[in-house]
Design a protein around this ligand. Structure first.
Ligand SMILES: Cc1cc2nc3c(=O)[nH]c(=O)nc-3n(C[C@H](O)[C@H](O)[C@H](O)COP(=O)(O)O)c2cc1C
Length: 214
């Protein structure tokens, strides 16, 4: 039972990473073999349009571009569970997230009839961290992010989306021009909610890793 964890946020010790590390503990407790990867440590781009994945007679669900991402794509297709996290940047997942998804999705897409070449099953947990409140998310982001999560149904498993609201972006707001945030309120919300988010991430990592063995 393998769980691959991908951090598509550049900060390796902050909110998204903390959620993913908690989910990793859950996956380990479910008995999964866990691999955690910071995507920003790797060198890669989005799809280069080489179309080698569409050549006749080649192995499907494999990205042929030679860089750090292609082995990760192989690992995703051979895992039981994928736990992926991104911060929200300007209302969207990060650019790294999109670079990954472009290549993962395209190499499993048939250009004969737009069916899915992938016949395996990988459960997915998608963690999204943001400055926005739940109210703002529900109004402006929810539908879009449910759409990004839905795209991961190409892996044929269960897909769960976990939005984490109102994150602490810096430790000391007084050092920055970030006047639209009330530091006291941010810290209060963080202290109240973030431990619950970590616990929920743990349970989600555990459940999705367990389910893959059912
Ligand atoms: C370039 C950039 C753009 C951002 N855009 C948004 C945004 O549109 N909406 C939002 O709610 N938060 C936005 N944020 C805040 C981050 O999503 C939030 O702080 C997140 O929890 C950061 O994740 P991290 O701690 O893992 O780095 C942005 C942050 C950066 C650096």
């Amino acid at each position: 039972m393998k769980t691959i964890i991908l951090n598509a946020s550049p900060r390796k010790t902050w909110n998204t990473a903390k959620l993913l590390k908690s989910a990793a503990k859950g996956a380990k407790d479910a008995g999964a073999e866990v691999e955690y990867i910071d995507l920003y440590d790797l060198t890669f781009t989005g799809c280069r349009g080489c179309l080698l994945c569409k050549r006749k007679g080649v192995e499907r669900c494999h990205c042929y571009w030679k860089d750090d991402l292609s082995p990760i794509i192989d690992k995703i297709f051979h895992a039981n569970t994928l736990l992926i996290g991104t911060a929200i940047y300007l209302g969207r997942p990060t650019s790294r997230y999109f670079e990954l998804i472009e290549r993962l999705h395209f190499c499993s897409l048939s250009y004969d009839d737009y069916s899915n070449y992938f016949t395996g099953k990988v459960n997915v947990g998608m963690f999204v961290s943001m400055n926005a409140s739940k109210e703002f998310y529900d109004r402006l982001y929810k539908e879009k992010f449910e759409g990004y999560a839905k795209e991961l149904e190409m892996l044929n498993g269960e897909v769960e989306l976990y939005p984490c609201f109102d994150t602490l972006q810096v430790l000391d707001y007084s050092k920055f021009n970030m006047g639209s945030f009330d530091e006291t309120k941010k810290k209060e919300v963080h202290e109240k909610n973030f431990p619950k988010d970590l616990e929920n991430a743990y349970q989600m990592g555990k459940k999705l890793s367990q389910k893959s063995s059912d």
